[in-house]
Design a protein around this ligand. Sequence first.
Ligand SMILES: Cc1ncc(COP(=O)(O)O)c(C=O)c1O
Length: 264
Amino acid sequence: MTTFRAELDVDRVRTHFDFARSGRIVTNNAATTQPPRQLLDLYRSLVPSYDNVHRGQSTASLRTTALFEESYDTIAGWLNAPSRRTIATYRNATEAHNAVMYSLLTEFRDGDNVVTTMMEHNSNLVPWYALCREILPRFGVRVELRIARFDHESGELDLGHLDSLVDSRTKLVCCTGASNFLGTKPPLRSVREIADSSGYLQPTGDRRSLLLVDAAPAGSTCRTWMSTICRSLSTSSWRRSAWACCTRRNNCWPDPCRSSTAGT
Ligand SMILES: Cc1ncc(COP(=O)(O)O)c(C=O)c1O
């Protein structure tokens, strides 16, 4: 097994961001993340020559389309993805989770289950709640939502509980790469093993559960994450945050007829 370990040079990373000059510390790396200067420069340089992607024959449109297509190769290379065909881009993590949910919608069979964790951000919980409790029941399909606990002392995912919830009817396991309110990172390699050994028969013929990892807050170390290296973050004040988050969750189940959105 190859172990990939990348040290994050925070000072070097900060030189790419304008906000850092003000001394501000930004911890939110999901949709509200600060763009690096290179991205702002790229945006400014693209705007004057921008035209529709895949919908025009003008020189500007063809150029923009070529750049758009090229970006998939760049992203796939950066992530070490097996192919550009494995990359899909969305505006934010919430939209991506919902897209996964809707793309799997018709694949669920009566008696299946989805396993997620109590460590999730709303955006990786609400879509599965909506699927199991609101959407599929309308079509007469019963799919159970199972939620794995975390250890209240350490803030770590209770792997034993997760393992006990996953069975041969678990189509999908959803797990955060790093919990935004506990500050802990589940051992994704072990989660992967649990999902792999479920025996669920996928339409492709594979016998394993799909695994969705919410890597939103792990974005800055995404390559490291892709190699499933998990290092613990600070666990300070996780108890208070966990409580606040659980309270918020209880009050915010969405209207299933509207697309779900989750605050940070
Ligand atoms: C763990 C986690 N997942 C998902 C999200 C939602 O991300 P986005 O705002 O990109 O939809 C956040 C936002 O903070 C988060 O912390």
